[in-house]
Design a binder for this molecule. Structure first.
Ligand code: ZN
Length: 582
């Protein structure tokens, strides 16, 4: 194929760069991370990808490349700020001290302002990132990152296609839910984490295809059940681990339908004390369960953890429906891409925090329906743009300035060639451009990234921030003094401010949740929602991909496991695990 290059200067320089690369006998290269000093290996197939993607090799380790992107997003820390548009007090993912202009997202999506008004002409005399940083300070940003198709879901962030949701984060296409993280195609879920295609769930964790399930973890295709761990295709089960295709089991004992129903009737989950004692019993039972080497499920030729229904994924974590993906976390239906965090339906892309349906994006963040864009932020339905912020339905723009197609390519060629020469091209934005202080970014929710001092050393900004969201007025009730049984709760609880004195945080209950607790007989939660969410993230564990060499407890075979050898769980290799549970 003899295609004329649109960026001849840049392409010539990049070809030269690749021709001079010194590779080992396998065709790969060991490199040293510019931040951590850690050695990392670039595989021969990685180098092929970089050549196809037209980017130089990374200078940061996979771990530090992930930190870059997760440090650029705040998930569930919400604040009250004054809108730069209406001057009204609004909720926002940006703290009150933010240097950015924050607009109500409805306004931000509307026609009353034009992002091209902030256009700036690129100049050779200043670094690109300097100029981009200035543009960031000028162009308004939406208070919350939700899309224009979400309905009645104002207190949500980092989510798309939601309906009737409240305090839902990092989720996609879900409805009638609250206090959850990472819901996909789900409804009526409260206190959920990483649930797919599930309906009517409470406090369920990393599961899919659940219906009417409560306190269910790492399970699939289960109905009308409570306290399950690693169960598949079970219904009417209570307090069970490692079960397949079972009905009417109580703490792993088979019962008749009648006996099971009597047992259940004798329990009162709506009473906090009896619920807590059942939780304790379930925790003890989980210690006796056996565990599969990783959490992968239908992961073909893949290396990583929590890889589901995927093929050819390498060094990946929490991938659903991925193919030919590497060094990525939390992506859904993504293919032929490297270093992607988040998003649905990404193809042939690199080093980005993706939104929905992107193709050929590089070094970009929070973009939807875009193709062939680089270094863009908050853009929607754009193609062939470079260094732009907040554009909708645009093409051939640089730093929000509109160019004719021919002039665009000439300018992009010049900018990219210069950046490549200075060693700036080929990586995500530098830490100092993160729109959030590191300590409120999503990074600190994860083990391996929660050390703020290390982040500061690498150039991430931190800030002491006062909580402002719940300076709510009204009668205060300490959550320690809440009725212990849901049946004793009166409707006027909805008018009160609930103070979690242990964590020094205030909130209110909403009508939908009170109805849910009453209907399914569950006590009012005492801990503030943000504390509950943080605990769930911590429970999910490290997102630094660490697999450990350990031996299968059953057959003694060596395996790569997500459980370190000092962990107490009984871990089986894939083969022994499958033999045991079927
Ligand atoms: Zn084994």
């Amino acid at each position: 194929m003899n295609q004329v290059s649109k960026t001849p200067q840049f392409d010539k320089a990049l070809d030269e760069y690749f021709s001079k690369l010194e590779l080992d006998e396998k065709g790969g290269q060991w490199r040293t991370c510019r931040f951590s000093g850690e050695k990392f290996y670039v595989r021969p197939e990685d180098i092929e990808f970089y050549k196809k993607m037209r980017v130089p090799l990374p200078t940061l380790s996979p771990k530090e490349r992930i930190r870059r992107k997760i440090a650029f997003t705040n998930s569930y820390n919400l604040f009250k700020v004054v809108s730069s548009f209406s001057k009204k007090s609004i909720i926002s993912q940006y703290p009150p001290t933010t240097p950015y202009k924050v607009y109500e997202h409805q306004m931000w999506f509307g026609e009353e302002w034009d992002p091209n008004d902030y256009a700036s002409a690129y100049t050779d005399s200043r670094g690109f990132f300097d100029q981009f940083g200035e543009l960031m300070r000028n162009v308004p940003r939406p208070n919350l990152h939700i899309d224009s198709t979400s309905i009645r879901s104002d207190y949500t962030n980092n989510s798309t296609r939601l309906k009737n949701c409240y305090l839902i984060f990092d989720s996609y296409q879900s409805e009638d839910s609250a206090y959850s993280i990472s819901l996909i195609d789900s409804r009526s879920c409260f206190d959920g984490f990483a649930l797919r295609n599930s309906d009517t769930c409470y406090d369920c964790f990393e599961s899919s295809d659940l219906f009417n399930c409560f306190f269910v973890e790492h399970s699939k295709h289960c109905l009308y059940s409570y306290f399950l761990f690693d169960c598949r295709d079970c219904e009417y089960c209570f307090g069970c681990v490692n079960l397949r295709h079972k009905k009417y089991h109580f703490f792993n004992e088979p019962l008749t339908k009648k006996a099971y129903e009597e047992k259940i009737r004798a329990l009162n989950l709506g009473d906090r004390e009896s619920l807590n004692s059942l939780k304790g019993k379930f925790t003890e039972l989980k210690k006796k369960a056996f565990y599969k080497e990783t959490h992968n499920d239908r992961a073909v030729a893949s290396f990583g953890d929590y890889i589901k229904d995927s093929k050819n994924c390498y060094a990946c974590f929490y991938i659903i429906g991925g193919e030919n993906v590497a060094y990525s976390i939390g992506v859904t239906k993504t293919r032929d891409s490297y270093d992607i965090v988040g998003g649905v339906g990404t193809e042939f892309s690199y080093e980005s925090w993706a939104g929905d349906n992107n193709y050929g994006i590089k070094f970009s963040i929070d973009v939807d329906d875009c193709r062939e864009i680089e270094y863009c932020d908050l853009c929607i339905n754009c193609h062939d743009c470079f260094g732009c912020i907040g554009l909708k339905n645009k093409s051939f723009c640089i730093l929000n300035k509109q160019y004719a197609e021919k002039d665009y390519w000439e300018m992009v060629d010049k900018v990219k060639a210069k950046m490549l020469e200075k060693g700036e091209y080929g990586e995500f934005f530098p830490p100092k451009l993160s729109p959030f202080p590191y300590n409120i970014s999503i990074a600190t929710s994860y083990k391996g990234y929660d050390d703020v001092e290390t982040a500061r050393r690498y150039g991430y900004r931190t800030e002491d921030i006062q909580e402002t969201l719940y300076e709510v007025e009204g009668e205060i009730v300490d959550s320690k003094d809440l009725p212990k049984d849901i049946r004793e709760v009166k409707d006027d609880i909805l008018n009160k401010v609930v103070f979690d004195s242990e964590n020094n945080k205030k909130s209110r209950y909403i009508k939908a949740e009170l109805e849910f607790y009453r209907r399914y007989n569950l006590p009012l939660p005492q801990k503030h929602y943000s504390v509950r969410l943080a605990e769930k993230r911590k429970k999910f564990g490290s997102i630094v991909l660490e697999l450990y060499e350990r031996k299968c407890v059953k057959c003694g075979k060596s395996m790569q496991s997500s459980y370190s050898p000092d962990r107490p769980e009984t871990v089986y290799c894939e083969q022994c695990y499958q033999a045991e549970v079927v």
